[in-house]
Design a protein around this ligand. Structure first.
Ligand SMILES: Cc1cc2nc3c(=O)[nH]c(=O)nc-3n(C[C@H](O)[C@H](O)[C@H](O)COP(=O)(O)OP(=O)(O)OC[C@H]3O[C@@H](n4cnc5c(N)ncnc54)[C@H](O)[C@@H]3O)c2cc1C
Length: 588
């Protein structure tokens, strides 16, 4: 398992059989080559769980670099097709998927049980539901190969969460055997439909109506963006007749695709979207024509309950961005080490080395955010009040910044491969197309930054919990010289105060404040991780975040000096870096 990255890159080069075209990462084990990920999993995951999951992570790492990657490319080239009638001419709309997509579903839902693993015992042989640090580890590896299907996997997971948390007992009894099944013949996969033509951000404006007819709830309306559009169970928001306007009047409903007698429910898939990315997965428009649905929880709490699902999805989006950036980084390092131009490998060129840093830094930040946010979610799930407060701010911070960074990183990785990066033979073009949706679904950048500032900071005061948690982390990092920690401690005070100031004003600088909080959090986490794992590279990365993301800059006076070149040298060296050597450079 402990193959060095050098060996793997050499293997990749040999496999291609081409002296000129740089190889890609296909054929590598995406778990084994990811030293940062292995370090953080080791740091945050209980040792017994880690050793139990190790073979599963190795297997998924191999699949992600192999079969899954091939299937993902095929499914992307063969998107789903909507048929509005069956072969008898009946009004039975159905979606045809390529066998490659079906095989990926079998891996995700059948073999790995990713939708069920945190809701019931027994998945992957573990005697309890798996904690978030494990669930998102599987998402992280899977998405390095396939992004599109992670939407259905994640919305099934979040649907299960909502049904188990808010559903009435008889509804849970009826649904959970199917929702948590790993048998694809039995399984009911989930999804969530909110967005209408009247608005995605402005959810309170939605026009779908819920009517009580003969003792049952029936839905009428038009949902404009419905990913995983043919899911077996959709959670959706609708306004019960007579309920107040705005989000206060929205109820949450669970709508089955098929009724008990096997007929389709009274809604139609009007068409599928012709999308820039996530092409393997079907997103459509739905016309609700009196569709039967069960109410979920208290109808007057519909929006609040749906936000639970949205927040879980937002965390998953951060992890997905971390995964895609890792793929971009590994692809870029492979290209830079193997492509020869002007008689030398790209990686020897100073400008290329800086370009690689622009890919590595956000990828590593997003990885630290995965591990910490998942860890905090685990604590919140166990009832920790402080952890819940912390999670309130970490989740939107992560979704906002990591998804934005992913767009830049995907473009940078495409450029690293040169013209081939623009051609669909290589994964880069797909990564560029897929990356963009992260800044749209589950809230655009503005909406999520406003959630950070106007709600998590202004209403929940969660920035204070974050500041406190970061100060504790820094205090624990006693292995790091005070010369490094003290200025970082001062930055915690400054950034937290800035967020409070923005929140108390007009929130015009919500994005600036959210970006600063994200960068601060990742810099402190990396410092702590360096101290606890002894991996000096994370300290150098923390230093880079501080220098390039948190300190003022004169664009005409590059101030990164000799220590920056030394840091780049060390970060691109494949050998592990001792903490003491890193500290000398980081404090320079
Ligand atoms: C591929 C894809 C799949 C999707 N799948 C689903 C799905 O399964 N279920 C679902 O419910 N939705 C889904 N969506 C919809 C998605 O969540 C919305 O598109 C998104 O929330 C934005 O809403 P909108 O398109 O109505 O844009 P608008 O809300 O009209 O926003 C347009 C612009 O205005 C800005 N804006 C709006 N309000 C404010 C404000 N108050 N302050 C500052 N700026 C503001 C936004 O940031 C954005 O830049 C999907 C979208 C895509 C692209």
């Amino acid at each position: 398992m402990e193959q060095s990255r050098t060996k793997l890159v050499e293997t990749a080069a040999k496999r291609t059989g081409s002296d000129h075209i740089a190889p890609d990462c296909r054929g590598l084990n995406f778990y084994s080559i990811d030293e940062s990920f292995c370090d953080l999993v080791g740091l945050y995951m209980e040792p017994a769980l880690r050793s139990h999951l190790e073979p599963h992570l190795v297997r998924l790492g191999e699949l992600a670099g192999g079969r899954l990657d091939e299937l993902a490319a095929t499914a992307d080239r063969n998107p789903p097709v909507l048929h509005s009638r069956d072969r008898f001419g009946r009004d039975e709309d159905w979606i045809e998927y390529h066998p490659a997509y079906r095989e990926m579903e079998q891996i995700a839902f059948g073999e790995l049980g990713m939708h069920a693993m945190s809701h019931r015992a027994g998945v992957l042989g573990w005697s309890e539901p798996l904690p978030p640090i494990a669930k998102y580890a599987f998402q992280y590896l899977f998405v390095q190969a396939e992004f599109g299907l992670m939407c259905p996997v994640s919305v099934s997971d979040t649907t299960n969460f909502v049904i188990l948390k808010y559903g009435a007992e008889d509804l849970k009894r009826r649904l959970t055997p199917r929702l948590l099944s790993q048998d694809l013949g039995q399984l009911w996969k989930g999804t969530q439909f909110m967005t209408e033509k009247s608005g995605g951000s402005d959810v309170g404006a939605l026009e779908t109506v819920a009517r009580r007819e003969q003792g049952e709830w029936r839905l009428y309306g038009d949902k404009w963006f419905c990913s995983h559009t043919d899911a077996d169970l959709a959670l959706l928001l609708a306004r019960p007749e007579g309920a107040p306007a705005g989000t206060r009047g929205l109820g949450l409903f669970a709508m089955p695709r098929r009724l008990d007698d096997g007929r389709r429910n009274r809604y139609r898939i009007a068409r599928l979207k012709d999308k820039l990315g996530t092409r393997s997965m079907a997103s459509g428009e739905i016309m609700l024509e009196g569709a039967f649905a069960w109410p979920v929880g208290e109808l007057r709490n519909g929006f609040k309950q749906m936000m639970d699902q949205v927040n879980l999805s937002r965390l998953s989006h951060g992890v997905r961005a971390a995964a895609m950036m890792r793929r971009c980084l590994n692809e870029s390092l492979t290209v830079a080490r193997n492509r020869i131009a002007f008689g030398r490998a790209l990686i020897e060129m100073p400008l290329v080395r800086r370009q690689l840093m622009k890919i590595m830094l956000p990828a590593e930040q997003a990885l630290s955010m995965y591990a910490y946010t998942a860890h905090v979610m685990g604590a919140a799930n166990r009832g920790g009040e402080g952890a819940a407060q912390l999670l309130r701010i970490l989740t939107p911070l992560y979704k906002f910044r990591a998804c934005r960074d992913n767009v830049r990183v995907a473009t940078a990785a495409m450029e690293m491969r040169g013209g081939n990066g623009y051609v669909e033979d290589w994964v880069n073009a797909r990564l560029v197309r897929d990356a963009h949706v992260g800044v749209l679904w589950e809230g655009t950048s503005n909406i999520v930054a406003l959630d950070v500032v106007a709600r998590a900071v202004a209403k929940s005061h969660a920035h204070q919990a974050l500041g406190e948690a970061l100060r504790e982390k820094l205090a624990e990092a006693t292995e790091i010289p005070a010369q490094f920690r003290d200025p970082l401690g001062a930055l915690i005070a400054r950034v937290v105060a800035f967020a409070a100031e923005v929140a108390s004003g007009s929130a015009n600088h919500a994005r600036l404040a959210a970006t600063a909080l994200y960068n601060l959090t990742s810099a402190v986490l990396m410092t702590w991780e360096a101290a606890k794992t002894g991996n000096g590279k994370r300290l150098l990365l923390a230093r880079m975040v501080i220098d390039h993301r948190l300190r003022p800059h004169d664009p005409l006076a590059p101030d990164d000096g000799p220590h920056a070149d030394a840091a780049i040298e060390m970060l691109l060296d494949e050998k592990p870096l001792a903490l003491a050597s890193a500290a000398r450079v980081a404090c320079g």
